[in-house]
Design a protein around this ligand. Structure first.
Ligand SMILES: C[S@@+](CC[C@H](N)C(=O)[O-])C[C@H]1O[C@@H](n2cnc3c(N)ncnc32)[C@H](O)[C@@H]1O
Length: 219
């Protein structure tokens, strides 16, 4: 059900979430994660985001997960990278892999819940933009627990939306401070880095704030 929804959106070209120049909020706030060069950054539900190119250009390795294979093909096409494509029928996944200027990019095509810590390997940081907010409430609990397990609670830069959910059905869903705390406060210290008005409203109609959170593992 959930997968069909997204395949349908991609096929119809209804991808208003895609930012052709990448996210200005990533560029403004990524340094808050304080990751050294050569860190491995996980980008869940990555679509064909240009942010992956930015992370590679800024000397990080990237691991992505995305359901819709043509989006991943487009991602590599846009980066002018020819990936190796490895079928993982045992896991129901396809693994796109490439090395660019000594930086490695791995994107797993399929359901993120098929990924295991052994498969993805070490993750130093997570960049969640339009991932948690893409999922319905009943999946968000499972997602946040899965993300923690996959990454050993790696620090996160999380970008979410806060708005009156009753004014519009998601996605993107409203995931406010209270809900973020519910999912993550036991394991992370949560800090709000920025809260900006969405220009013209979400989907051009609903007043909303786009919020940037830094999540750091509790010691
Ligand atoms: C709102 S888009 C965000 C894409 C990207 N993060 C960006 O900023 O452009 C959400 C993406 O998640 C993908 N997706 C949804 N459910 C998924 C799942 N269970 N596993 C992997 N990808 C999924 C969709 O195909 C879609 O590309």
């Amino acid at each position: 059900m959930q997968a069909n929804y997204w395949h349908d959106k991609w096929e119809k070209g209804e991808i208003a979430f895609h930012q052709f120049k990448g996210s200005p909020l990533l560029k403004a706030h990524f340094s808050a994660l304080e990751l050294p060069q050569g860190s491995r950054v996980f980008v869940p539900l990555c679509g064909k985001t240009r942010d992956i190119a930015w992370l590679l250009a800024n000397d990080h390795h990237v691991v992505g997960a995305e359901l819709h294979e043509p989006a991943v093909q487009q991602l590599f096409h846009d980066m002018e990278i020819q990936p190796d494509v490895i079928q993982r029928e045992d896991l129901g996944l396809v693994h796109y892999h490439a090395t660019v200027n000594d930086r490695i990019v791995d994107v797993y095509v399929g359901d993120i819940f098929q990924l295991t810590p052994e498969l993805v390997g070490k993750i130093d940081g997570i960049y969640d933009r339009a991932a948690l907010v893409a999922l319905p409430l009943e999946v968000r609990e499972k997602y946040t627990s899965h993300i923690r397990k996959l990454s050993s609670t790696a620090p996160q830069l999380l970008i979410s939306f806060d708005y009156q959910q009753h004014l519009m059905p998601g996605p993107p869903h409203c995931v406010n401070a209270e809900e973020i705390a519910k999912h993550y406060a036991d394991d992370y210290i949560i800090q709000l880095l920025a809260s900006v008005d969405v220009e013209g409203g979400l989907k051009g109609k609903v007043p909303a704030k786009e919020e940037v959170w830094l999540l750091q593992k509790r010691s």
